[in-house]
Structure formats: structure tokens, C-alpha cells
Design a protein around this ligand. Structure first.
Ligand SMILES: Nc1ncnc2c1ncn2[C@@H]1O[C@H](COP(=O)(O)OP(=O)(O)OP(=O)(O)O)[C@@H](O)[C@H]1O
Ligand SMILES: [Mg+2]
Length: 266
């Protein structure tokens, strides 16, 4: 089981005398094996919410329960992919990927073979012995992705993991994630700016609005699975994309912040 329940979660940030109310009464239930995307304009609190689920940030109010138990710190049940990939700079790509198994005493030739295989899949074959500073931004994201998948977490929390990738690589990574999820059905919460990505991958899309951050609507994506890219041209897909995009567009823009990547044509 890997069920995530947010109950009236709130968060304020204090800067000097000013307080920003980042999240107010956010409730969301992500069922075991469900794939939910959080979509919303820049600054609406998506990263903050994901970090709270990951246990990296504490909420000021409300509760986060994983399988009914309150979350107060990170745990190996939840894999987290940060918006800015966090690799250990002193470790090679392979050693970064093997960090989890080593830390938990599960390092073995089989783990190493699995790490090599995952690095191939994410397109980093040949870069196993490179250090993070020798990689491009997109390659770092892919290495962080391989490391997170290595741990086989029950819950995968991803903060715009494919945002820095070119369209072709992104499509490959999305397909890889879909295939993996089809096989293992872990629980996923994905933060994205990309309406098409949210519709392609998710069972439900939670649309967030800023000032203070709230979930304004949760839209079920009732498209058949397994999903493939070809589906993105079907009328059902295009209609859902329009529906989700309109929901986000209706949320107020926050100050001069921009950042919604609204995919054209749909
Ligand atoms: N550590 C922090 N200290 C102070 N304020 C913060 C902190 N983290 C986030 N905030 C504020 O909380 C709000 C939401 O930030 P958050 O990063 O969660 O948004 P986001 O939806 O992930 O945006 P983006 O799409 O640009 O990544 C912003 O107003 C931001 O300034
Ligand atoms: Mg963010």
C-alpha cells in the first residue's frame, strides 16, 4: 500500500516582517497506485506541496498521511525528484545511482547491473563514469531519475523532472515512466507545467491556483491504458487537454510571474 492523504495542509513563509501564505487548506487523496499530476502557474505552491509530502518541508497546519501514518521527514518509501537535480558532485553517475543500495547495505553485482541498465535506458550509457559537472542540465535530470528509480520507491514524487529536456528526450522519458508505472503501479505525484504531459500520464490532474495556493479542481483523465503518444491526436485527448488548459487559464496570474507552458493546438 502507498496511499497519500493531504488534509487541509497549510504553509506560510516568513520573510522579515512579511508573511507569504503559500498554501491554504489543501486536501488531496492520492490512492495506492494512482498517478496524479499537480498543474498550475508558476509560484502557486506546487513545489512546496510536493516537498511537504516528501517530508522535506513541514506544514504549519493540516496533516499528510502516508498509508495512514503522519509524515514528518523524508523516508525511503518516497522517492523524490527535485526541480533542480541534486546529484552528489563527488560521485560518478554510476555511484550516484548506486548511492541508495550502498547506503542501505544492498549493494551487489545485481544492483550494479541494474544501475547500468537504468543508465542505458535514460540515455546515459557511456557516461557512467562521468561526474555531474561533466553533464548537461538534461543529463543531470536523467541521472537523478535513474537514481530515484533504483530505489524502487512505493511513492514517486517528481517536480518537473522532464522540464529541462528537449522534446524528443522528454517523450522518451515519459514513455519509459509510463512503461515502468504500468508494470509496477507505484503511486506518483508529478508536478508539471505541461498540459499535454499531465493528460498523457495521469489518472487525475489537480489544478492549483496561487495566492494562497489551493487546489481549485481535480480533473479525471479517463483515457484507456496503456497510453502512447499516438493517443495525443485523438479527439478525446485533445478535448481533455483543452479542458485542463482552460481550468489553469482561469486561475489568476500571480504578479508578473509567468511560466505556464501551454501546449499549442488543443
Ligand atoms: N523556502 C522558501 N522561503 C520563502 N518563500 C518561499 C520558499 N519556497 C517557496 N516560497 C514561496 O512560496 C510560493 C510558492 O513557491 P513554490 O516554489 O512552491 O511554487 P511553484 O508552484 O513550484 O512555482 P514554479 O512553477 O515556478 O516552480 C512563492 O511565492 C515562493 O516565493
Ligand atoms: Mg516549483
Amino acid at each position: 500500500m502507498a496511499d497519500v492523504e493531504l488534509k487541509r495542509v497549510s504553509k506560510r513563509y516568513v520573510h522579515g516582517r512579511r508573511t507569504t501564505e503559500t498554501l491554504r487548506d489543501v486536501s488531496l487523496h492520492v490512492r495506492d497506485g494512482e498517478f496524479v499530476s499537480l498543474l498550475g502557474r508558476s509560484g502557486c505552491g506546487k513545489t512546496t506541496l510536493l516537498r511537504i509530502v516528501g517530508g522535506f518541508v513541514n506544514a504549519d497546519g493540516g496533516e499528510v498521511l502516508v498509508d495512514g501514518a503522519p509524515v514528518s521527514q523524508p523516508g525511503s518509501d518516497r522517492g523524490m525528484l527535485f526541480q533542480h537535480p541534486m546529484l552528489f558532485p563527488w560521485l560518478t553517475v554510476l555511484d550516484n545511482t548506486l548511492f541508495g543500495p550502498r547506503a542501505t547495505g544492498r549493494n551487489s553485482p545485481a544492483a550494479r547491473a541494474r544501475a547500468m541498465e537504468l543508465l542505458q535506458i535514460v540515455g546515459l550509457g557511456g557516461f557512467e563514469f562521468h561526474y555531474p559537472k561533466q553533464l548537461s542540465g538534461g543529463m543531470m535530470h536523467r541521472a537523478a531519475f535513474a537514481r530515484a528509480m533504483m530505489a524502487e520507491p512505493k511513492i514517486l514524487l517528481m517536480d518537473e523532472p522532464f522540464g529541462a529536456l528537449d522534446a524528443l528526450t522528454r517523450a522518451g522519458m515519459q514513455q519509459f515512466l509510463l512503461d515502468l508505472w504500468n508494470r509496477r503501479r507505484f503511486t506518483v505525484v508529478l508536478v508539471t507545467h505541461d498540459v499535454e504531459e499531465a493528460v498523457l500520464l495521469s489518472d487525475r490532474v489537480a489544478v492549483m491556483a496561487a495566492g494562497p495556493g489551493q487546489i481549485v479542481e481535480t480533473i479525471p483523465i479517463e483515457l484507456p491504458r496503456p497510453r502512447t503518444y499516438e493517443m495525443s491526436e485523438t479527439p478525446e485527448f485533445v478535448q481533455l487537454k483543452r479542458r485542463v488548459r482552460q481550468s489553469v487559464e482561469q486561475t489568476p496570474a500571480r504578479g508578473a510571474m509567468v511560466g505556464m507552458q501551454l501546449t499549442a493546438g488543443g
